[in-house]
Design a protein around this ligand. Structure first.
Ligand SMILES: Nc1ncnc2c1ncn2[C@@H]1O[C@H](COP(=O)(O)OP(=O)(O)OP(=O)(O)O)[C@@H](O)[C@H]1O
Ligand SMILES: [Mg+2]
Length: 264
């Protein structure tokens, strides 16, 4: 059974007109901007799926619809067989940038996700564990504004991981991280996925992240957005794209699909 099912999902936004109505502009029908144009997708329980697509094609919109933060123009999303009508914070956690509450310290932000844990000692242990994981020990009492960009991202990721939700959705979680932290966080998410087996949907601009991490890669088209490619990656982890001809070929294929004809 699919854990998440997306059926013919469509999302239109009303556009504020900035230029004259054009008969040649196929995308616009009146003042509408079609972000998602009939998306059908399924996500299996425990699957890690990476979604790639051109900027502005509707990836964040898709996540928001799955999480119940926004309403689709048409179509439906089912999680565990139930139609999504509103956000469900205990089963779905959405990782996003600037997700930390600015008036709370790193420690307090982390604790927020553990409201359901009544044992204070256990709570403290878990917070400490995840703070260590993202190497923020010593900064527990800092407020978000007192962290560097990279540190903030690590705290945000730890905040998502500590909740241990049934499903984790991540919208470009590694953007803005330095190279080494990026690699480490990537490994951490994959490890967490392998050991805990949560369903994860991750949007990324990094094709290599998708190829290194995903059980399945989804590529979306330009607007009006459709699913352009779905590919299962039956490759053991840890993966090395350079040494794996299947991944290398797929990387070239995806680059081409996204409009880059060669990789420099
Ligand atoms: N609340 C909104 N109101 C009007 N238009 C919106 C709204 N949110 C998104 N859009 C439009 O919908 C399209 C898709 O936006 P979305 O943020 O989902 O794209 P994206 O694929 O996540 O882009 P990026 O890769 O740059 O993050 C864009 O053209 C955007 O301008
Ligand atoms: Mg986005």
């Amino acid at each position: 059974m699919s854990y998440i099912e997306i059926v013919d999902l469509r999302k239109e936004y009303i556009e504020r007109r900035t230029k004259k109505r054009s008969h040649t502009d196929q995308e616009k029908t009146g003042d509408k901007l079609i972000a998602l144009d009939g998306i059908d997708l399924e996500f299996k329980e425990g699957e890690l799926v990476c979604i790639l697509g051109p900027s502005g094609c509707g990836k964040s919109t898709l996540l928001r619809l799955i999480a119940g933060f926004d309403k689709a123009t048409a179509g439906e999303v089912f999680i565990g067989g139930n139609k999504v009508k509103k956000p469900s914070s205990d089963s779905v956690f959405v990782f996003q940038q600037d997700g930390l509450l600015p008036w709370m310290t790193v420690w307090q932000n982390m604790e927020l996700g553990l409201n359901h844990v009544s044992d204070e000692e256990e709570k403290a242990e878990r917070v400490k564990e995840y703070i260590e994981l993202v190497e923020l020990s010593g900064f527990e009492n800092n407020y978000p504004y007192q962290l560097s960009g990279g540190m903030k991202r690590r705290a945000e990721l730890a905040r998502a991981l500590v909740v241990n939700p049934e499903m984790l959705m991540m919208d470009e979680p590694f953007t803005g991280l330095d190279f080494l932290t990026h690699m480490k966080m990537r490994e951490e998410v994959v490890n967490m996925h392998e050991f805990i087996g949560k369903t994860m949907i991750m949007i990324t601009h990094f094709i290599d992240d998708a190829l290194t991490m995903a059980d399945r890669v989804v590529v979306l088209s330009e607007r009006p957005t459709k699913v352009k490619m779905v590919r299962v990656l039956d490759v053991q982890r840890p993966r090395n794209i350079e040494k794996d001809p299947v991944l290398r070929d797929l990387r070239d294929e995806i680059y081409l699909m996204l409009g880059v004809s060669y990789v420099v």
